[in-house]
Design a binder for this molecule. Structure first.
Ligand code: PEP
Ligand code: MN
Length: 339
């Protein structure tokens, strides 16, 4: 931390700040200039609050220079994390993985139809919600375990892996036999009890950025899961809430290179929830790949007009096939390959 004292700060005030920093565990280096004193504080634990110093008498400003997360930070694993699945698929290496499927699992016929289409087009992971976080309690809430069984069966039939959202701790054990990866939705990014439990799980977790979460908050949520011992973690930008109303959310493409610089964890993007409109999904999917995404998550439905959730942002199978063709052309331009 760097603490700049006010020009008018007294020696007594400066000493009080130094004493406070030492009590917090810092080693303090004092630099006394002609007009102003600057304190360089190094070596404390990561969980301090810079405001504790900012409010002390005589302090002009205080700035944190170290990241508040350790395990999720790039320096923990400078070479980057590659998450490996049992079938050999990896996320975070050269190959970019496409995850696709309906928003919700609605029926056997629906899921198998969509799974066949997305697998044929090149998706490697089948997505689908069995537990749905809906804004209204009257909206379709998902098929629960029945939906998980269908996901497993469809994914096995069409040689894909399964990812599905976990909304609460009690669902973890139920989901484990059916899924290859657990998704934490935007609304649960700061459900810290859930994150802690997922730290004990030995399956990859895909953690989505909250609707109004900063990148630092996303990385601190990742830290919760890693602190519990689960390092198989994938992050996902899924759009944040801004003042723009044309799109459902604003897909923050810049979060992709930012997270890849700050963290060693694979970073992915979901252009479906990121835009909320079918005609904007492919352009933003292409942009996310170009910006360095390690995987893309895309909602697809064979009959989106009748979808029980997120029909307006679901691609038709033909549009998804077209997107895959485009992604295969873009990938080599940025040194990647579609898995
Ligand atoms: C989803 O993937 O279907 C979903 C609900 O996503 P999010 O948590 O990003 O809204
Ligand atoms: Mn959805």
């Amino acid at each position: 931390m760097i603490v700049a004292m006010q020009e008018t700060a007294t020696d007594e005030q400066i000493q009080r700040v130094i004493d406070h920093l030492v009590r917090m565990g810092f080693e303090v280096h004092r630099s006394t200039g002609a007009r102003q004193t600057v304190l360089g504080a190094v070596g404390a634990r990561v969980d301090f609050d810079v405001r504790d110093i900012e409010v002390l008498p005589g302090v002009q400003e205080a700035h944190r220079i170290s990241a508040p997360y350790k395990l999720a930070g790039r320096s923990f694993r400078p070479e980057g994390t590659i998450v490996k699945f049992l079938n050999g698929l990896t996320i975070g290496g050269t190959e970019v993985v496409v995850i696709a499927g309906p928003c919700s699992v609605e029926s056997r016929q629906q899921l198998f139809t969509i799974a066949e289409h997305v697998a044929a087009a090149g998706a490697r992971v089948l997505r689908g919600g069995a537990f749905k976080p809906r804004t209204s309690p009257y909206s379709f809430q998902g098929l629960g375990e029945e939906g998980l069984k269908l996901l497993r069966e469809a994914a096995d039939k069409f040689r894909m892996l399964v990812i599905s959202e976990v909304m609460e701790i009690s669902q973890i054990a139920l989901m484990m036999p059916y899924v290859d990866s657990l998704q934490v939705g935007a609304r649960n990014m700061q459900n810290f009890n859930l994150l802690r439990e997922l730290g004990k799980v030995r399956k990859p977790v895909l953690l989505k950025r909250g609707i109004a979460a900063t990148i630092e908050e996303l990385l601190l949520s990742a830290e919760y899961i890693m602190a519990g011992g689960n390092y198989e973690l994938i992050l996902c930008e899924r759009g944040i809430r801004t003042f723009e109303t044309y799109t459902r959310n604003t897909l923050d493409i810049s979060a992709i290179p930012i997270v890849k610089k700050l963290s060693h964890l694979p970073m992915t993007a979901d252009p479906s929830h990121g835009t909320g409109r079918r005609d904007k999904v492919s352009p933003m999917g292409r942009a996310a790949l170009a910006a360095g995404a390690d995987a893309l998550m895309v909602e697809v439905h064979h009959c989106p007009e009748q979808a029980l959730s997120d029909g307006a942002q679901s691609l038709y199978p033909e549009q998804f096939r077209q997107l895959m063709t485009e992604l295969r052309m873009i990938a080599p331009a940025v040194g990647r390959k579609i898995a």
